[in-house]
Design a binder for this molecule. Sequence first.
Ligand code: KIV
Ligand code: ZN
Length: 520
Amino acid sequence: MGNKIYIFDTTLRDGEQTPGVSLNIHEKLEIARQLQALGVDIIEAGFPIASKGDFEAVKAIAQNIRGPVITGLARAAKKDIDTAWEALKYAENPRIHTFIATSDIHMEHKLKMTPEEVLERARSMVGYAKSLCPNVEFSPEDGTRTRPEFLYKVLEAVIDAGADVLNIPDTVGYTTPGEYGAFIKGIKDNVPNIDKAIISVHCHNDLGLAVANSLAAIENGAQQIECAINGLGERAGNAALEEVVMAIKTRSNHFNCHTDIVTEQITRTSSLVSHLTGVQIQNNKAIVGSNAFAHESGIHQHGVLNCRETYEIMTPESVGLKKNLIVLGKHSGRHAFEQRLKELGYANLNSDKVNEAFVKFKDLADKKKSISDEDIEALVKQEVFQVPENYKIEHFQVSSGNNMVATAAVKIRYNDNSVDEASCGDGPVDATFKAIEKAVGIDVTLKDYFLKAIGSGKDALGEVTVKIEKDSKIFSAKGVSTDVVEASAKAFINAINKMHYYLYQSESSATHNNETLVRI
Ligand code: KIV
Ligand code: ZN
């Protein structure tokens, strides 16, 4: 088994810094619950000083999630640390994570501070954080581009001031595995009090080396890896949690260490995060891509049929990919449907949600001969993460062709009012979106549109993801249907409902007077 490696998940902090990603408090809580089921050791829940929404989300996670350490990020400044503590103090196991840049380039051009000032700030702020919270992590930002002798001094000082964990970030994804491994070894050999702290690593993926660098650090004495589901994070992202964990598990003979991750929860976590962030997973992504366990060539298929290990180094089951046990179709009853939901991990759905999902299932079964697990998951996720449907599409009709202008007519219901609108556009989807915008009375910017088939076959469900922007905030939502224009319309109205909910109904923005809301 070897040493335990602590898995620090930063999906909700660095991961949420992924361009175009914005999660509301309910979505963050849902992800945090799933991270708890996944067995991560530490959840970095956000950056509390960054916004009121971040603060509330960190606080809600600290209040509701038991088991993992809950941490929040803070610059090495009193106000940041106080705010982080204000949100984290409810946690069963709180940790303050404070940072300051230590590379010459950052100190000179960003902080405009001398190395002596940075050293003093790091020492005093770690001491201050420790006076509030029993567990403190310190990160020297841009660590890998920091002069080693200076870094050793800073690390020694912050350990003396009470830091329990020292995280060495490769902030710009610049290092290479051999270099980073030697860098970590240098810290172990040259920081005199290093045995009093845990060494952590945090690698960005600008050169595609984040996972390799993290693993090289493990080989040189690091005990904590900071990573994010699906490799989300700033720019090219962070080390992908699922890749780091499965590398350690599959090659435990090489790394001689283990994690406590429940690997069977990986697929579920990855798909939840993709669903809620709207960030698609590339087909050939290691571990969680749709091709990760698919064998296309005849030689490979033959080999796997004879002996799985010929071409499979880990089993699909070990990451939670399940086989279809019984195919559901239009003659399947509620009981079989509910049973399948339980097998797929949706055991705690209330009966209203199950009923709604069952109605949609029956509706789909009329259009499609056999319903796969992927279809059911797509339907049920729509129910589980549905914000109140203030705006509903009652009816839509499109007309399009190669020699005509596409037109769409829609009827949208808001409370007891229905509004009819029509528009033409650049194709049926554009026309439908424009007609919906007119009916709802808002103007949003469409930032992203993605259509994929769930499963295969001509009758496959189409799943559309849209991202819309309003007031510099991004809202992402999905819609599914066997008709891709309908899936698009559903995704668009769902995104508008999310925006409406965020702006006017969620607890963190309870200032709006609903009476005035006929149209947004
Ligand atoms: O990449 C980075 O340096 C960070 C730190 C704040 C840990 O995200
Ligand atoms: Zn980072």
